[in-house]
Design a binder for this molecule. Structure first.
Ligand code: DHE
Length: 496
């Protein structure tokens, strides 16, 4: 979502004839890019690099990214290792047609689907004594595993291999029994939380953004960058039900930034990356299942937040300088929000401040948390933090919200904000020199789990009342972790 914004400046590099540059660049691509973006350029841990996936990007802008990297992503700059000519050649190469035209529709999705290796019946009761709604799923990116963690005892109960480069929050079935995970290269996996058993897998896209599960638990929606589509899957066995190509009103195709579920509305919301509109897709209404309602916006909005009743959608503009509040009932804009640090709305939280409902969001480009009142959409406060970061988390049973500054000069710090005074009250450094981010609470809010995002990393469990360390669980680059109860109740303080 922040891709285009990060590229807005003009590149000074010269552009060489595309065909020649493409020939020269193929070996360079294999050497420097293929490991992340795929030998076929259809994506891996990094996005696909083919013309259809690059949207409105220009070769000169791509060259700037190759040279300087992309802030807030794993994409580092190559200016020190490649000459300007090589960078220009690589930029031209990614705009040349790939050897094989990327096609991924119903037939390919259906053919990719696999069921469980173990077909024995699943246990009817939890095979452990702890609260099944206080389980966590932890994504360990270091060696591509997920761990099911018992949140009562803080001990792992299963550790199973996952697809590489899982991204976005894990999503649960409404009863919390099953979890759905998605990798950036489009694989969706369904696991049993009680046993860690893999129940089904399907590749729903070639380059995907995230997934959402319908509030009735029947459907999984996958938002794709390549091809530009959303895919509706049957949540029971991940069989594809419908693929909806995504295009704006003018017929021009658009990639998808993200998909969300809006439980009280019984619908999915889709953020379009290349069109000034958002979509609402109600499920199972009438003979035309999954009809698309288009809502026009003033600008392209590609990161969303919702109020707790899902009456309003708050979207951030691509350049990160302002937001729009849309009334989902009328489809009209009701307010403009003052942002200037590229908010990461997807990880925003709500809480009550002086009797008023507010939401808070960190920023990817500024060390600040914005607090916005949701009754009149005014800015209540900008709280300075230790640096730009990705995530903020709270819980209804604690007055504290935890925020990282992992994109700033001290990425090993986590700060605790008192949501009553709106001030930072504690700075923690659980592993000096190691990148630290993403907090999740236990069901009761008593403990906060923090990720040390390194290969020799850990989950550090803090007492959420006095911030003292309770336990440290070694893990391989733990990224996100998700508590079943907090997620299935769409609790305030937790990302939905
Ligand atoms: Fe994320 C959630 C977009 C980079 C880890 N990220 C999300 C969501 C969006 C998003 C829209 C909400 C979807 C959901 O949860 O279903 N992320 C983006 C970007 O546009 C960005 C900046 C660039 C990109 O490469 O896509 C980006 N994200 C990252 C990372 O580099 C992170 C830190 C490491 C990684 O594994 O990719 C990262 N993003 C996460 C995590 C969540 C997430 C852990 C879920 C947060 C949660 O608590 O729900």
């Amino acid at each position: 979502m922040k891709f285009a914004a990060a590229l807005s400046a003009l590149c000074l590099l010269a552009v060489v004839p595309a065909a020649r540059a493409a020939d020269d660049a193929a070996p360079l691509y294999r050497q420097y890019c293929a490991a992340c973006h795929g030998g076929d350029r259809l994506g891996g841990v990094g996005p696909a690099l083919v013309p259809d996936d690059l949207g409105h990007l220009k070769p000169a802008q791509a060259a700037k990214v190759i040279a300087g990297g992309l802030p807030g992503t794993e994409m580092k700059g190559f200016a020190g290792r490649l000459s300007p000519g090589q960078i220009t050649a690589l930029a031209a190469y990614v705009f040349s047609p790939p050897a094989a035209e990327p096609t991924w529709g119903m037939a390919q999705i259906a053919a990719s689907r696999t069921g469980p290796a173990d077909r024995s019946p699943l246990p009817a009761k939890p095979p452990f004594a702890s609260d099944p709604l206080n389980l966590f799923i932890v994504v360990e990116a270091g060696d591509h595993h997920v761990t099911v963690l018992d949140g009562d005892r803080m001990t792992p109960i299963a550790r199973v291999p996952s697809r590489a480069a899982l991204h976005g929050g894990a999503k649960f079935s409404p009863d919390g029994r099953f979890v759905y995970l998605m990798s950036r290269d489009g694989w969706v996996s369904k696991l049993d939380m009680w046993t860690g058993r893999l129940l089904a897998e399907v590749r729903a896209g070639l380059d995907s953004r995230n997934i959402a599960v319908s509030a009735d638990g029947r459907f999984v929606l996958v938002g794709n960058l390549l091809p530009d589509s959303v895919a509706v899957l049957d949540a029971a066995d991940l069989a594809p039900i419908k693929v909806i190509p995504v295009a704006g009103r003018d017929g021009r195709r658009s990639r998808v930034s993200a998909v969300y579920t809006a439980p009280p509305r019984h619908s999915f919301i889709v953020a379009l990356k290349d069109a000034r509109e958002i979509w609402e897709i109600p499920y199972a209404q009438g003979p035309d299942r999954f009809p698309v309602r288009r809502i026009a916006t003033e600008e392209v909005l590609d990161d969303f937040f919702f109020d707790l009743g899902y009456r309003h959608l708050i979207g951030a503009g691509r350049d990160g300088t302002r937001g729009e509040v849309i009334d989902l009932g009328t489809g009209r804009k009701v307010a403009t929000l003052p942002f200037d640090g590229m908010p990461h709305l997807g990880s925003g939280i709500t809480f009550t401040w002086h009797g008023r409902p507010v939401f808070a969001t960190p920023h990817l480009k500024q060390g600040v948390v914005s607090v916005i009142a949701m009754d009149d959409w005014s800015e209540v406060k900008r709280i300075p933090t230790c640096g730009p970061g990705y995530f903020i988390r709270g819980h209804r049973n604690t007055p504290y919200a935890w925020v990282d500054c992992s994109l700033g000069p001290t990425p090993d710090e986590i700060q605790v904000i008192d949501t009553r005074s709106l001030k930072v009250v504690r700075t923690l450094r659980p592993a000096p020199g190691k990148r630290t981010a993403h907090v999740e609470f236990t069901r009761d809010g008593r403990y906060a789990l923090v990720s040390i995002m390194e290969n020799d990393g850990a989950l550090v469990v803090y007492d959420a009342r006095d911030f003292h360390e309770v336990k440290r669980l070694p893990m391989r680059h733990p990224v996100g972790k998700y508590n079943v109860f907090n997620k299935i109740t769409y609790a305030q303080g937790t990302s939905h």
